[in-house]
Design a protein around this ligand. Structure first.
Ligand code: GLN
Length: 500
């Protein structure tokens, strides 16, 4: 039951946003809640292709496609989750509902991973859609417009994301592969419950942030009715998602329609605002569209790179024996945790010398680093033995490079979604940011499938050659995107007005 805000709540918003020091204390609560949610999410994501190939006996190609479809739906529903949060539920109830659905999904999978696979995944998909964008938007709400500490806040939040992703990616995959899939999925359910409990016990510190947008417009009973309609509607969507995810050809139709429709919707909404705000929204859209390409390259991580790791890598990194899939699922997060504070300090150091690149150029740099990382993945082929097994060290180095690229783009993208958009569109624009990830994930699956060898009984060498050739192409595409973005940066900056 939501509390109707009083003047005291409004004042506490002031108090929250006027916090002393580097971070508001509420950020730590959101950090912890998101950290455990990402544990569950990345734990499950890390298990997907391996489970589909090993337990459901899908081919590499089918697993790549289905992986892409699940990830695409997760992030598409983030748009819908953001929309319903802006219009009806508010961020808090959305997070609560999303978390609850994720818990149910994980326990369904824990109960019977193989036979209930698609239904469990569908619950998780819808749940993540309600949870993920809205917790990010709440981080943005902790800051006043123009507060220079906002990017640092998102940087910290991004580290939390990756601590969770790291623990989940390592533990769930390890437990699944070596002990029991039931236990691994069950663990995802337990940590998701921890995430939700943290949120429930700390949400009173958030003042009026995230309450229902309808609270001043309608009586509580009417608001409850709207809420129930959203909850009911999302439950009804689950069978539909199930059909769409289990038939990856339907994903195509879905993806062809949903993007243009959301674009039309944003254009329609933008006409309610001034020309300056419209231009800022246009700038946000340019970032969003470029980010689709970024994720299409970057998100090979959960698909083709996961299969590449399983088949074509040694199990030695810096002299230690580690399962290459564990390395694949964890090195990105380890590097984010290690590098995120350093990148933050680097921007600060550069800004003191008036050399800090603007947001557009940072995005461009993101592409250039990802391009470089794919050249490194390509390069692994020159270190392969006669059986097509190559160096895990070089592979891990490529992750280091792509992570630098991610840090130039992803936390900054989250941060500017709330600065470039008017408040009533915060949830929707954050949803759009994740929708771009959906398209990226979707394209990542298609690219991964296109790169995988068609040969029946392909040898490891065939697989190595097919994937690394594909990585060389991706490196070139990323290079082109980065150069293009840097070239148009003066134009985009004009659209951003006072936001840098
Ligand atoms: N790794 C980040 C997260 O999980 C970004 C994911 C994305 O936007 N594709 O939040």
């Amino acid at each position: 039951m939501e509390v109707v805000p009083t003047l005291a709540d409004e004042q506490s918003l002031e108090a929250i946003q006027n916090f002393q020091g580097k971070y508001p204390k509420q950020l730590w609560y959101l950090f912890l809640s998101e950290m455990w949610e990402r544990f569950a999410f990345y734990g499950m994501r890390g298990m997907l292709t391996i489970f589909m190939v090993g337990q459901l006996h899908l081919t590499d190609k089918a697993a790549n496609l289905q992986y892409g479809a699940t990830q695409a739906f997760v992030y598409t529903l983030a748009f819908i989750g953001g929309l319903f949060a802006d219009k009806i539920l508010g961020f808090r109830k959305s997070i609560f509902w999303g978390g609850a659905l994720m818990i149910v999904g994980s326990f369904i999978l824990a109960f019977s991973p193989a036979s209930l696979f698609y239904i469990g995944i569908s619950f998780t998909i819808v749940g993540t859609g309600f949870f993920k964008p809205n917790i990010s938007t709440m981080v943005g709400s902790l800051y006043k417009q123009g507060d220079p500490r906002r990017d640092a806040g998102f940087g910290l939040f991004y580290s939390g994301i990756n601590i969770g992703a790291l623990l989940g990616g390592v533990l769930c995959v390890y437990i699944g592969k070596h002990y029991s899939w039931n236990l691994a999925f069950g663990l995802a359910g337990i940590v998701m419950s921890i995430s939700l409990l943290i949120f429930i016990f700390t949400k009173r510190t958030l003042g009026p942030i995230g309450l229902s947008p309808l609270r001043d417009k309608f009586a509580p009973s009417k608001i409850t009715m709207y809420d129930i309609m959203v909850y009911g509607g999302s439950l009804l969507a689950i069978p539909l998602i199930l059909i769409l995810v289990s038939n990856s050809e339907y994903t195509d139709y879905f993806m062809y329609t949903v993007g243009p429709l959301t674009l039309i919707y944003i254009i329609y909404e933008s006409f309610k605002y001034s020309a300056v705000e419209r231009q800022k929204l246009l700038a946000a859209m340019i970032f969003i569209i470029f980010s689709i390409f970024f994720w299409a390259f970057f998100e090979q991580a959960g698909g083709s790179l996961s299969l590449f790791a399983e088949h074509n890598l040694t199990d030695k990194v810096m002299g230690m024996r580690i399962d290459p899939n564990v390395v694949n699922n964890s090195s990105n997060s380890v590097f984010v945790i290690l590098l995120s504070p350093l990148v933050g300090l680097l921007w600060l150091w550069l800004s003191k010398r008036k050399l800090e690149p603007n947001t557009v150029v940072k995005f461009g740099l993101g592409f250039l680093f990802v391009s470089l990382s794919f050249y490194v993945y390509y390069y692994t082929r020159f270190f392969a033995d006669a059986n097509g097994v190559t160096s895990l060290n070089i592979f891990t180095f490529a992750y280091l490079v792509s992570t630098i690229g991610e840090l130039c783009l992803s936390p900054i993208g989250l941060s500017i979604m709330t600065t470039l958009s008017p408040k009533p569109l915060h949830g929707v624009m954050m949803g759009m940011w994740f929708l771009a990830s959906a398209y990226g994930q979707y394209a990542a699956g298609l690219l991964g499938a296109a790169m995988s060898t068609e040969k029946v009984n392909a040898t490891l060498l065939d697989k190595l050659n097919a994937y690394t050739e594909g990585y060389k192409n991706l490196a070139l595409y990323a290079l082109i995107a980065g150069v293009l973005l840097i070239a148009i940066s003066p134009l985009v900056r004009k659209l951003m007005h006072e936001v840098h």
